[in-house]
Design a protein around this ligand. Structure first.
Ligand code: GCU
Length: 341
């Protein structure tokens, strides 16, 4: 069996196990009001050494603690249950109850999430945090009941930057003819086109082998991708285009949420907020570690003047400003920027 086919088979087995499991044992709602433990399954695509996994473990511990052990969160890490798109579908169907996915992966399910991938919407890390901690983002979290999911909180995933095998990327001209992997979202695809490259959408789990085999010439992500997912073994030039801060978002199946008693909902809400704060500190520390490790592996980091890239993507800002559905959220986010509009 090919590696990809074998992986697909393992995922299918897992999903069958989840579906059979949820029909004959403790479903999250069946146990309410009894002495049994309610178990929520949480899937995500990072490995166990990744800081996001550490923060999700923290979230799970806090939920258990706050419910005196009456509610447990089981973690399925490393993309075991499929790509981000696949786990969102599993969550909507109720086979899993919680997931951590990139905001970009949510865009095909709810257009409002495209705002997070709009390049240079955030002018600094401070602006990004200000927005993420604001009621504007809470409104987005609450807006997807009709899609059967709801946002709970975010985990910092740093700034996204372009990396290639060995080319420092100073201007859109440098990206001409280069195939750059993007997250499967229309906004990131458009972004790389405007930034001068040839966008190649694929799920995260495929990026390392695609870099290795030359299917793509580069990708864009935070520094952690260089180490925890080994991209730095192949990509040696990392340029700070700082074109986006796309958060990771914790989502929960809406029907499950609605059926949880108040004290369980409160425990989840509090655990979400506390784990996000825990993650902010961890992320900063681990990003520094990742940079140091990547340097040891021969990766060079380049600071550049980003203005040519910012200018190149301005048409996207114009589209957001004119889009009936997105203009309000665009204005809300921009209103918290230091320099206003
Ligand atoms: C980040 C993010 C992942 C996402 C990945 C990607 O690493 O944390 O959730 O899958 O970017 O580029 O697809």
């Amino acid at each position: 069996m090919q590696a990809k086919g074998r992986n697909g088979f393992i995922i299918l087995l897992f999903i069958a196990f989840l579906i059979i499991g949820s029909s004959c044992s403790t479903s999250p709602t069946a146990t309410l009001g009894t002495d049994q433990v309610t178990v929520l399954r949480l899937a995500h695509n990072h490995g166990e050494s990744h800081p996001v996994h550490q923060s999700l473990k923290k979230f799970a511990e806090l939920v258990e603690e706050k419910t005196d052990g009456k509610m447990k969160v089981d973690l399925y890490a490393g993309g075991k249950l499929g790509s981000e798109r696949e786990v969102i579908e599993l969550l909507q169907a109720g086979s899993i109850q919680i997931s951590k996915v990139s905001a970009s992966a949510l865009e095909p399910f709810a257009n409002v999430y495209s705002i997070f991938s709009l390049p240079y919407i955030f002018e600094s890390k401070e602006h990004y945090y200000e927005v993420m901690d604001s009621s504007y983002v809470q409104e987005i979290y609450q807006s997807t009941k009709n899609k059967n999911f709801k946002g709970l909180t975010f985990y910092d995933a740093g700034s996204r930057n372009i990396y290639t095998r060995n080319k420092k990327v100073e201007s859109p001209d440098d990206l001409a003819g280069m195939k750059i992997r993007v997250q499967p979202s229309p906004t990131t695809t458009k972004m790389i086109s405007l930034m001068g490259g040839a966008p190649t959408p694929m799920s995260y789990g495929e990026v390392f082998t695609s870099l290795q085999s030359g299917v793509v010439d580069g990708a864009e992500n935070n520094e952690m991708a260089l180490t925890t997912d080994n991209h730095g073994e192949v990509a040696k030039a990392y340029t700070y285009t700082e074109h986006a801060f796309v958060p990771d978002v914790l989502i929960i199946n809406h029907e499950v949420w609605d059926k949880l008693p108040d004290n369980f909902q409160t425990a989840i809400t509090e655990a979400s907020i506390e784990s996000t704060e825990y993650h902010k500190v961890l992320w900063e520390k681990e990003t520094e570690n990742a940079k140091a490790k990547a340097k040891e592996k021969g990766v060079s980091f380049y600071e550049i003047d980003k203005s040519a890239f910012e200018e190149a993507v301005q048409p996207m800002h114009e589209s957001f400003k004119q889009d009936k559905e997105l203009q309000k959220v665009y204005e809300n986010f921009r209103s918290l920027a230091e320099n206003g509009s």
